[in-house]
Design a protein around this ligand. Structure first.
Ligand code: PEP
Length: 254
């Protein structure tokens, strides 16, 4: 089964509108036609979305948000709705990131509501899952992933799943410089795909793209991307430098 690779940049709370332009000018010039050979997505902070949308128009690189509210509108101070994101040209929304889970207390139930809200609007969730080091060392890897996948996808149709990308991000590898070995990552990805096969069907599971995330860098990405169940990367730190992010795309296509 050939799945189009998907490389996404999660800038987290980095790069305001000016810095977004400073990144995108050289980045877009350097990637040329590569954005057609794989899917490339950039997720700036909310305030930089308009600047990014203006630069990305016609480039083949898609715009993502790093979060969205599960509500449509109203008294939710500080929140941003899916409709507002849509108005800015956002196509993908990162949901369930471990920083949202651990720092902001987002539960599987909240993440599930957000996933459904994003899908209902015709946008594409990038649904993040992953275990902490304590959970892995305690032998709970499979239980944690099973719960996150099952509860995050409650009520999500087969079509909804196919409009989503999953991102396996072991929490212990995010921003730490420690990456999962290609074998560890492949094993987890194959397990996640087996969960999707149980919940939907093997045919559907084979079509779903599962990105790896966690200290992906130009020096370690080729081996990770070569694993049969790894379909791209969700990249934090190394996506902040246009040369590094371009190198990750080049490695994925090599
Ligand atoms: C992330 O935040 O999704 C991530 C994978 O970060 P980093 O690449 O910096 O580990």
């Amino acid at each position: 089964m050939s799945r189009t690779l998907v490389l996404a940049a999660n800038w987290k709370m980095n790069k305001g509108p000016a810095a977004t332009g400073e990144f995108l000018d050289p980045f877009l010039a350097s990637i040329g036609s590569q954005a057609g050979a794989c899917e490339v997505i950039v997720a700036p902070p909310f305030v930089s979305l308009p600047a990014a949308a203006a630069k990305l128009a016609g480039s083949g690189v898609a715009l993502a948000a790093q979060n969205a509210s599960q509500f449509d509108s109203g008294a939710y101070t500080g929140e941003i709705s899916v409709g507002m994101l849509q108005e800015l040209g956002v196509k993908h929304v990162i949901l369930g990131h471990s920083e949202r889970r651990s720092i902001y207390g987002e539960t599987d139930e909240v993440i599930n509501a957000k996933i459904k809200k994003v899908l209902d609007a015709g946008l594409h969730p990038i649904f993040c899952i992953g275990e902490t080091l304590e959970e892995r060392e305690g032998g709970k890897l499979e239980t944690v992933l099973r719960t996150q996948v099952r509860d995050g996808l409650v009520g999500v149709s087969e079509e909804g799943l196919l409009n989503s990308v999953l991102a396996y991000e072991p929490v212990w590898a995010i921003g730490t410089g420690v990456t999962a070995s290609p074998a560890q990552a492949q094993e987890a990805h194959a397990f996640v795909r087996s969960l999707l096969a149980d919940l939907y069907s093997d045919e559907v599971a084979q079509k779903v793209r599962i990105q790896y995330g966690g200290s992906v860098k130009p020096g370690n990405s080729a081996e990770l991307m070569a694993q049969p169940d790894i379909d791209g990367a969700l990249v934090g730190g190394a996506s902040l430098d246009p040369k590094d992010f371009q190198a990750l795309i080049a490695n994925a296509l090599a």
